[in-house]
Ligand binder design. Structure first.
Ligand code: 3PY
Length: 243
């Protein structure tokens, strides 16, 4: 299976700057060997999707509601994402878990709704620094996998993506070594194989950049969820080239 390189723009480039960036990205990434996706702010989805239409770059959101419609102030539904032009949505990023009350339960509900509506969820899991230092990494990851996917059918697992993002490597400039990332992804794959007899694609996220991408991507990992480096065309292009 081809690797997937997904940019996570976070709360950057939501207006005209997004459109300009998408024009440059389309010119820079013509025929990638991997799949390429950019997860952009909600307000930028229609512009970025229309610029990237016909290119080999897909567009995703950074969250998706578990509800179809109604009294859910501030939420965006899967149908709305389709309408805006998104095909994927990040679910349960550690920033949402830490700052916006996202839990394994809400991650599961969002993931189920995305699957039901044909949006590909990229479900994020990862341990904090104190959990890693305390030797709890595997326990935490297993409980996040159970919390998110308990009761899922094989056909559902086949339509989603998982991103392993150690919280201590998010927005800190710290990166897991290729060995740490590879070992942890292998653990997650093993858990999923035991649970479902199948492992979906597992990305690594957490300060992946142009200089560490090749090593990380060679460590048995199926792609990357890229933060800051996805906001610079040259860096993002280099990561795509490494995949
Ligand atoms: C990062 O690289 O900082 C990320 O959070 C990617 O999602």
């Amino acid at each position: 299976m081809k690797k997937l390189i997904a940019g996570n723009w976070k709360m950057n480039m939501g207006g005209a700057d997004a459109k300009d960036f998408a024009v440059s990205l389309k010119q820079a990434v013509i025929d990638p060997a991997c799949e390429v996706l950019v997860c952009v702010p909600f307000t930028a989805i229609p512009d970025v999707a229309s610029v990237l239409n016909g290119s080999k770059i897909s567009v995703g959101a950074q969250n998706v509601s578990w509800a179809d419609s109604g009294a859910f102030t501030g939420e965006i539904s899967a149908d709305m994402l389709h309408y805006a032009g998104a095909t994927h949505a990040i679910v349960g990023h550690s920033e949402r878990r830490a700052m916006f009350g996202e839990t394994d339960e809400t991650v599961k509900k969002r993931t189920l709704k995305a699957l039901e509506k044909g949006i590909t969820p990229i479900v994020c899991i990862g341990e904090t620094l104190s959990q890693r230092k305390g030797g709890l990494t595997e326990k935490v990851l297993k409980s996040q996998l159970d919390g998110a996917f308990d009761g899922f059918a094989l056909q559902q697992m086949q339509r989603l993506v998982i991103a392993y993002e150690p919280v201590w490597a998010i927005g800190t400039g710290e990166t897991a070594t290729a060995q740490q990332a590879g070992d942890t992804v292998a653990f997650i794959r093993d858990c999923l194989n035991k649970m479902f007899g199948y492992s979906p694609r597992i990305l690594y996220g957490g300060s992946m950049n142009a200089s560490n991408a090749a090593e990380l991507l060679n460590a048995g990992i199926d792609g990357g969820l890229i933060g800051g480096a996805s906001l610079k065309i040259a860096d993002f292009k280099a990561i795509i080239g490494a995949a």
